[in-house]
Design a protein around this ligand. Structure first.
Ligand SMILES: *[C@@H]1O[C@H](CO)[C@@H](O)[C@H](O)[C@H]1NC(C)=O
Ligand SMILES: *[C@@H]1O[C@H](CO)[C@@H](O)[C@H](O)[C@H]1NC(C)=O
Ligand SMILES: *[C@@H]1O[C@H](CO)[C@@H](O)[C@H](O)[C@H]1NC(C)=O
Length: 282
């Protein structure tokens, strides 16, 4: 009598064939597991093995255990929006070969480390926006993301962005960079040039991107800067300039030696001449 409901439950679990059942506090439907807004401080330990969409959004998760995604090869969408994450464990995406959308917005990342997404080769969309302390993106941060189409880096604390980080993204279509305190000095020039050259393919939230420094261009839209704005950056001397300066210096020093010599001779002559005329007078 007591046994039969248990048997039914066991049979149901076996039929589902999905290993772990839906985690407590989460809602599961089809392949989607929704654990958003449940005040979670840590990730649910086990998920159905066929999980395709996982939302852990709007919680207080501060870390993800290493290997957390190792069993979920079907995972396509991972939503970690609005948590307290500052880093991801190495190799998190090793088994998540199908992962296409990753949302890390509204977290606590201060930098994007090298090779952070290296194994997430199928990633199409990556959202790192609204990480208010995000200051640094490693030049190799996005290595491996050959298919990435949409990258959102808006509303962080970025003053600069290494061109190398973006050049490794051949499939990039949209790039959001607004709401960052961009420093529009000389180092901005190559970045801006790259953005302009990609503007057809790469739609950007250009109006929102503003310069925070240097003072002369504070508040100016990034895209209002022209080649003229960077003219001072090109006031460097070429080899020809150095040779010319060296030559002029050489000529001037020879000339001054010669002038001194002539002056010396003249003075000497005058002295003798005046002495001679004094002698004559006496
Ligand atoms: C999974 O997420 C994608 C993208 O967010 C969404 O379009 C799709 O409807 C979701 N699937 C389920 C079953 O919730
Ligand atoms: C973040 O989650 C909290 C609940 O944990 C919610 O009150 C808040 O509105 C969310 N913020 C955003 C920007 O979604
Ligand atoms: C964000 O990280 C800093 C340290 O880097 C920490 O002091 C702070 O409490 C974190 N904030 C949240 C909301 O987790």
């Amino acid at each position: 009598m007591l046994l039969s409901p248990l048997l039914v439950a066991a049979a149901a679990a076996a039929l589902a064939g999905a290993g772990a059942s839906c985690p407590v506090l989460c809602a599961c439907r089809a392949q989607a597991v929704d654990c958003s807004g449940r005040r979670l401080f840590s990730v649910p330990p086990e998920l159905p093995l066929d999980t395709g969409n996982l939302s852990l959004a709007h919680n207080r998760i501060a870390s993800i255990p290493p290997g957390y995604l190792a069993c979920y090869a079907e995972l396509r969408v991972l939503d970690l929006r609005n948590n307290s994450l500052a880093e991801l464990p190495a190799g998190l995406f090793l088994a998540a070969t199908r992962l296409a959308h990753l949302d890390l917005s509204y977290n606590n990342f201060s930098h994007v480390a090298a090779d952070m997404f290296l194994e997430a080769r199928g990633l199409l969309r990556l959202d790192l926006s609204h990480n208010p302390g995000l200051r640094r993106v490693h030049p190799q941060a996005f290595r491996g993301l050959a298919q990435l189409r949409d990258l959102d880096l808006s509303y962080g604390a970025l003053g600069a962005l290494s061109l190398e980080a973006l050049e490794g993204l051949p499939g990039l279509v949209t790039l959001q960079i607004g709401g960052n305190p961009w420093v529009c000095g000389c180092t901005m020039e190559p970045f801006l040039k790259w953005l302009r050259s990609r503007v057809q393919r790469c739609s950007s939230d250009s109006q929102l991107a503003e310069c925070r420094a240097p003072p002369e261009v504070e508040g100016a839209p990034l895209f209002s800067l022209t080649e003229e704005s960077f003219k001072a950056c090109h006031l460097t001397l070429t080899l020809d300039d150095y040779l010319f300066i060296a030559f002029v210096g050489f000529v001037v020093s020879i000339a001054s030696v010669a002038t001194n010599f002539l002056l010396g001779i003249t003075a000497n002559c005058c002295h003798r001449w005046s002495k001679a005329s004094e002698d004559e007078e006496i």
